[in-house]
Design a protein around this ligand. Sequence first.
Ligand SMILES: Cc1cc2nc3c(=O)[nH]c(=O)nc-3n(C[C@H](O)[C@H](O)[C@H](O)COP(=O)(O)OP(=O)(O)OC[C@H]3O[C@@H](n4cnc5c(N)ncnc54)[C@H](O)[C@@H]3O)c2cc1C
Length: 390
Amino acid sequence: MDLALDAVDRELQARARDFTQQVLLPLEDECEEHDGLTPASAAAAKQAVLDWGFAAINHAPEDGGQGLDLFQQLLVEEQWGHATGALWDIPWRPSIPLAAGTEEQKERFLRPACRGERRDAYAITEEAAGSDPSMVSTTARRDDGGWVIDGEKWHVTSGDVADFFELHVHVDGDATKATVFLVDKNTPGVRLVRTPKYMHTFVFEHPIFAFEDVRVSDDRILGGIGGGYDLTKGWFVEERLMIGARTVGASTRALDLSLAFAAERVQFGRPIVGFQAIEFMLADMAAELMAAKSMLYRVCWQAARGNADRKQLHALASAVKLVCSETAGRIVDRAVQIHGGRGYMREQPVERLYRELRVDRIWEGTSEIQRVVIGNELRKRGHGAYSDWV
Ligand SMILES: Cc1cc2nc3c(=O)[nH]c(=O)nc-3n(C[C@H](O)[C@H](O)[C@H](O)COP(=O)(O)OP(=O)(O)OC[C@H]3O[C@@H](n4cnc5c(N)ncnc54)[C@H](O)[C@@H]3O)c2cc1C
């Protein structure tokens, strides 16, 4: 069993690390101070994504993506996860369900999105529908040979910079006909309701949008009527693994910063790293990081090699998201403690990480929902997905 990265993956990892250091990290202070980037910085960052070859790492080259497998995507996203301000979201990754589109849909949505000419936002959540998407009340009904959509979507990440939505709706209000529609943001009837402020600083926003008598044609149905959950599940698997990657990257940075600070900060006549209370916190951070990272790499490796069927991968991705995000929460909490009062200052990356990692236990399914998924797997197929090593 060889756990070493090959030369191609090592080069990719190094390129992602350089991109983070040279492009993303220099933007952190601006992002924090201005709650986002100036148009000039945003345009320069976008150009850098193209120049460095990081546009749409998750899509096939024939659609304009980089064609990276899930293991390679993890190597890249782990590096980007070091950055605060959610700057990792600057390199666009059009959602994976777009690959299920027709040739015409790919031409209109996916390929321009891979080139950076368009941007998507995935809208499922509503005021009354969060963990339980069967509560979605956004509907599509037949009218005049097309469809009329009505509803409201919450927390639409990147909705401010997106120009189209993957909109999860129920056809005729029937949850068994959950369907994803591709809706241009400039379609009459699409309205920005408001742009709430959140705990974290995020390079983009998470607005609320209303869809009022929005008329679209048949060719805006992605997949098919009733195929919504399957598409959304595919999106969840990929996003949950990438949350694992980014939270491991963020945890690594928190540990790096804490080690450096503890070695340099002197109290009671010696560096605080010499106090066992501090050293033990660092030891727990390192050991827990290793456990989370090992699991993340193993599952992404399996996924990249097709060593897990779809259902198993869904169950494994939930475990990865649960463990990596919860571990990151503990690691960054200790990082703030080690930094003392400085750890509470917004100018310090550990403070920003502390706020920013909190959402990783909530979005793309809360930690409780990940446990529900894992529990389902245990009930239906036993614990083999988690305990076997084949
Ligand atoms: C910053 C941010 C960005 C987001 N971006 C997007 C986006 O781009 N697109 C999108 O569609 N959504 C997005 N979301 C929504 C996110 O996915 C939901 O917030 C999340 O799924 C939880 O739903 P909820 O907020 O309605 O909480 P609820 O479902 O109301 O849950 C409340 C509490 O009850 C618990 N709970 C619920 N059901 C169970 C159960 N069966 N067993 C045990 N506990 C349970 C939950 O774990 C939680 O602790 C975003 C959210 C945030 C905060």
